[in-house]
Design a protein around this ligand. Structure first.
Ligand SMILES: C[S@@+](CC[C@H](N)C(=O)[O-])C[C@H]1O[C@@H](n2cnc3c(N)ncnc32)[C@H](O)[C@@H]1O
Length: 207
């Protein structure tokens, strides 16, 4: 059983598109995509040789070692083929930004950063990518933010840069509570500003 997080990422993949999963780790996402007939045109990569040994073992369990390409690569460095979609998930924003620092990256990106979503949204906006869909999911006591980007410019408000476009009331209430606790600890005005922005966002969400 794969995680809700990876299933949500899989739900954003267009059928029969060519996909590269950068930093695949156990190769759970590529295996899921293949077995669920979402696409069979998949490359899984990782920077770590040790990790790739585990990825290969997992592919072998499903007889997929000749169906899903496995490549050792730091980001796109060893990648020649062009893909419709790149998935970069389960890493920090600085690493994701480093990986995307290349001229011919795919027109569709599915990104799940573990931190600094403001910087990620700001950076992708500056690269000319538009948030097509943003989903906040709760799993294992944690909110994960998954964003599907397409190559198209868009203007984002400060509110959208800070808190995204998930429209998930429970997530915004969770953030409000988090900033309330942080404010009580640090008495930093910026947390009150965040709470006030979140209140405005929450008001606009239909019940
Ligand atoms: C926490 S795992 C996430 C695995 C999977 N993407 C997921 O979301 O469940 C991060 C993986 O990214 C790999 N990684 C980190 N930096 C990378 C890079 N620059 N290029 C390729 N893989 C990288 C690590 O070796 C590790 O296997």
């Amino acid at each position: 059983m794969i995680s809700i997080r990876l299933k949500t990422i899989a739900s954003l993949i267009d059928y029969n598109s060519s996909v590269i999963d950068i930093g695949t780790d156990h190769a759970y996402l590529p295996i899921y995509l293949y077995l669920h007939n979402i696409t069979k045109n998949i490359t899984a990569t990782d920077v770590s040789s040790n990790v790739l040994k585990i990825s290969l073992k997992n592919l072998q369990k499903f007889n997929l070692e000749n169906k899903i390409k496995l490549i050792k690569s730091d980001g796109f460095k060893n990648i020649i083929q062009r893909y419709d979609i790149a998935v970069v998930a389960g890493m920090g924003t600085y690493n994701i930004i480093k990986i995307l620092n290349k001229s011919d990256i795919p027109n569709t990106l599915i990104l799940q950063s573990n931190n600094n979503h403001y910087l990620l949204r700001l950076h992708l906006n500056s690269l000319g990518y538009k948030i097509e869909k943003e989903i906040a999911i709760y799993e294992d006591n944690h909110y994960y933010i998954i964003i599907k980007y397409v190559k198209e410019s868009e203007v984002l408000t400060t509110e959208e840069l800070l808190f995204g476009k998930s429209n998930n009331l429970k997530y915004y209430l969770y953030l409000k509570n988090k900033y309330q606790i942080l404010y009580e600890r640090a008495k930093d005005q910026k947390f009150l500003d965040y709470i006030s922005i979140l209140n405005k966002i929450i008001e606009k969400i239909p019940e």
